[in-house]
Design a protein around this ligand. Structure first.
Ligand code: NAD
Length: 506
């Protein structure tokens, strides 16, 4: 009995952060959060209702006038301090990700690093937000432009990168002078409160950053709230499309990043050892739960057999186990439900006639209490199979053999998703043609996961991104600001009398 009580008290309560602290909520609905390596409940997350979202948006709206007028250098200094604090608490943050998401600690730490890089980028906001000036555009007339904050911004984020994806959004939004409401994934929500605590410690005024926990109820309240000017969303394609359509119908700016099926082309002249290493890391790292994971191998000509010779032993050597052990390569999936969904895709691939070369259902890890599934590899998948067409979001790779480069490019260009892709080749002409012809937003040449660094921008094409702008980098600064252009003249430049024709330069 005493043991049970101790176990229950170890379960965290994860609530809403509004106006500088945790608040009482009107909703009494909660959801269990699981430690994915053991299947045990480690937290309970509150599920906001409309009134709870309303309170957070009201706080953000109230904080906007003062924060948007705060000198840009002071806003930048909060980011400098935030960077220091994230680095200080990095170990604790990574452990929280590993507990709830399941990815291996070194991978969790890597995702924090990629997030820190966006904070570093945001430290340069005084330079990034600078406008333009032209003197004497007409006689005695000057024109200048400036970028101003848009207002209250919302960020809605997925489970697979509970640290990195929010960090793609709020550092830039806040540095630009906006206030922010974050709605993290309900599956691994705890780290969202760490951002709130660290921002407060970094000197951010109360109300500038707020967190609402929950599911579609909270999301739909955000989408219909007239006080929210801009919505950044990252998640699956059906939800991204819903967020895009509803937000834009409600007059908001929106960038909605969706799902993916990322192809890696292996040409016959590729270094097969390198290609195989790239594939095990990019296909099975983080249990395939990355929007930039490679999930479809496309071999050209006779590359298939040469690749398999190198790839199969590497898959065999993969270490699957709890993310707390840094010797493991791959941890569990996020929930039992998701593991079962991925497993059902393996069943489907077999039914559809793909050849199963490695079967993750039979891996020893699949017997354990956590949400584990071993790495899976299908050969001879074709474009008509659902296992090829759909995003599985697990440790499952399909291999499709093509006769030539043109066929490989056509296969990728015909796919509904266009997030990332890569080609492995030693031939410069082939690589150059691939980069030019491929209908995908992020392209790697002998680089399997071409995630752009913080000073470039991240975004897919086709049904992997709804909206016009990619996320972070200069696209992020543009998304979170509005352009204002001022044309001015002073009395000595003003000629007498009214003008009724279109003003032109004389
Ligand atoms: P998801 O779409 O289920 O959830 C994303 C967010 O939307 C969560 O905060 C969730 O609470 C909310 N949500 C879920 N269902 C909703 C609904 N019906 N209405 C309104 N809101 C809803 O995605 P996920 O399972 O958390 O994350 C995995 C997906 O995210 C994959 O498809 C992956 O490719 C994608 N992803 C894309 C990128 C990218 O940059 N393109 C990055 C990471 C993840």
């Amino acid at each position: 009995m005493a043991e049970k009580a101790a176990a229950i008290s170890a379960v965290r309560n994860v609530g809403n952060w509004v106006n500088g602290g945790i608040v009482d909520m009107t909703s009494e609905r909660t959801m269990d959060v699981y430690e994915s390596a053991t299947g045990e409940v480690c937290a309970q997350v509150a599920m906001s209702n409309e009134a709870d979202v309303d309170a957070a948006v009201a706080a953000a709206k109230g904080a906007f006038p003062a924060w948007s007028r705060t000198p840009v250098l002071k806003r930048a200094r909060v980011m400098f301090k935030l960077k220091e604090l994230i680095e200080r608490d990095r170990g604790e943050l990574a452990a929280l990700i590993t507990q709830e998401h399941g990815k291996v600690l070194h991978d969790a730490d890597g995702s924090i690093q990629r997030g820190i890089e966006v904070v570093e980028f945001a430290c340069g906001i005084p330079h990034l937000i600078k406008g333009e000036f032209n003197d004497q555009v007409g006689t005695g007339v000057d024109t200048y432009s400036m970028r101003q904050a848009v207002g209250v911004c919302a960020g809605i984020t997925p489970f697979n990168f509970p640290a990195m994806v929010p960090l793609w959004m709020f550092p830039i939004a806040i540095a630009c002078g906006n206030t922010f409401v974050l709605k993290p994934s309900e599956k691994d929500p705890s780290i969202s409160l760490k951002w709130a605590e660290l921002l407060k410690e970094a000197g951010l005024p109360d109300g500038v950053f707020n967190v609402v926990q929950g599911d579609h109820v909270a999301v739909n309240s955000i989408l219909s709230d007239e006080r929210i000017a801009a919505v950044s969303f990252v998640g699956s394609t059906p939800v991204a499309e819903h967020v895009y359509k509803t937000s834009s119908a409600n007059g908001k700016r929106v960038q909605a990043l969706g799902g993916a099926k990322n192809h890696l082309v292996v040409m016959p002249d590729a270094d097969m050892e390198q290609a195989a290493d790239a594939l095990v890391g990019a296909g099975y790292g983080s249990a395939g739960e990355r929007c930039m994971a490679i999930s479809a191998i496309v071999t050209v000509g006779n590359a298939g057999d040469a690749l398999l010779d190198k790839l199969l032993p590497k898959i065999d050597a993969l270490k699957v186990g709890p993310g707390t052990d840094n010797n493991n390569d791959m941890g569990p999936l996020i929930t039992a439900e998701h593991r079962d969904k991925v497993r059902s895709y393996i069943d489907l691939g077999e039914e559809e006639g793909a050849s199963i070369l490695v079967d993750g259902r039979k891996h020893a890890c699949a017997e354990s209490a956590g949400y584990f599934l071993g790495p899976t590899l299908f050969d001879n998948a074709n474009a008509q199979m659902r296992v090829y067409q759909e995003e599985i979001f697990g440790p499952v790779l399909t291999m499709t053999r093509t006769e030539n480069f043109e066929q490989a490019v056509r296969l990728i260009n015909d796919h509904e998703y266009g997030n990332g892709t890569a080609i492995f080749t030693r031939d410069g002409d082939t690589a150059r043609a691939f980069a030019a012809e491929i209908q995908v937003g992020m392209v790697g040449i002998n680089v399997p996961i071409p995630v752009p660094l913080a000073f470039h921008s991240f975004g897919g094409w086709k049904r992997s991104l709804f909206g016009d702008m990619s996320i972070y980098g200069m696209e992020g600064v543009r998304f979170y600001t509005r352009l204002k252009t001022v044309t001015s003249r002073w009395p000595t430049g003003i000629r007498a009398g009214a003008e009724f024709s279109m003003p032109i330069m004389r």
